[in-house]
Design a protein around this ligand. Structure first.
Ligand code: F6R
Length: 245
């Protein structure tokens, strides 16, 4: 595990976006695994800027997103729409090369990824309970792409994207499993807000724990954790406290 610490979220996004464009430049047919949410927004802005400045083309790149809602009543709130708005419509990627899991033919997503050659570089955010993708605490480490029932707290938290109307928030999603994610050759995980300090502290304690899904990545051979200084400070405090216990 490699820990990288940045002054703030902006610097983190600039650096990680550059890493992605470096990787595409080195391998124009690279397979990328992508995430939605607020954590990767700066990274996506930096990918857009870097690829334009350096003339790096994404025309041969294939992407596989981590997750997608099932039966989402608002088209503009699907994760496909999010990716279009925040990345895809600003780079020269081909729509047919962008993939999202869906309920029909679940096992096909893992097969599709494998047939494409496997994910070379996976981007991850992290939930405050340590979830990765929609893999909530308790998800088996060898799980593949599967349907999840969204918890009430997740649905309430997401209602802000659905006109504050809980009845519009999807009840299910499809997510890559933890086993799908760990197969990626390189993984970069972003923790750029203080609410992520607790699961990152658990990760740095180095013990696998089914109740904190991110800890499944502990022994991954190429796993980078991107932190802001403030998150790192909070993590160090938590770790010092747990040592004192
Ligand atoms: C997104 C995803 C989730 C998020 C996580 C953090 O595709 O799979 O695991 O990465 O919930 O969300 P943000 O970045 O909004 O704090």
């Amino acid at each position: 595990m490699i820990i990288k610490i940045f002054k703030d979220s902006k610097e983190l996004g600039i650096a990680l976006g550059k890493e992605f464009v470096d990787a595409v430049e080195a391998n124009p047919s690279i397979i990328l695994g992508l995430a939605t949410g607020s954590s990767p927004l700066g990274t996506y802005a930096s990918i857009i800027e870097n690829s334009k400045e350096r003339g790096v083309s994404f025309s041969k790149v294939k992407t596989f997103n981590l997750d997608e809602y099932l039966a989402c009543p608002l088209e503009d709130q699907t994760y496909r729409a999010f990716m279009k708005e925040n990345l895809f419509s600003h780079i020269d990627i081909l729509e047919e090369n962008t993939h999202f899991p869906n309920a029909t033919g679940l096992s096909d997503y893992d097969k599709e990824i494998a047939e494409a050659g496997g994910v070379d570089f996976q981007l991850l955010g992290i939930g405050r309970n340590g979830h990765i993708g929609f893999n909530e605490p308790g998800t088996p480490a060898d799980s593949l792409t599967h349907v999840v029932d969204l918890t009430e707290s997740t649905r309430v938290a997401n209602a802000r994207f659905f006109r504050d109307d809980l009845s519009l928030v999807p009840t299910q999603a499809v997510t890559m499993g933890i086993g799908t994610i760990t197969k990626s050759r390189r993984i970069a995980l972003i923790a750029n807000t203080l609410d992520k300090a607790e699961p990152i502290a658990k990760l740095l304690q180095g013990k696998k724990d089914l109740d904190c899904p991110v800890t499944a990545l502990i022994d991954h051979p190429h796993f980078e954790v991107y932190l802001t200084e403030e998150v790192d400070e909070a993590v160090q405090k938590l770790l010092a406290g747990s040592l004192a216990d």
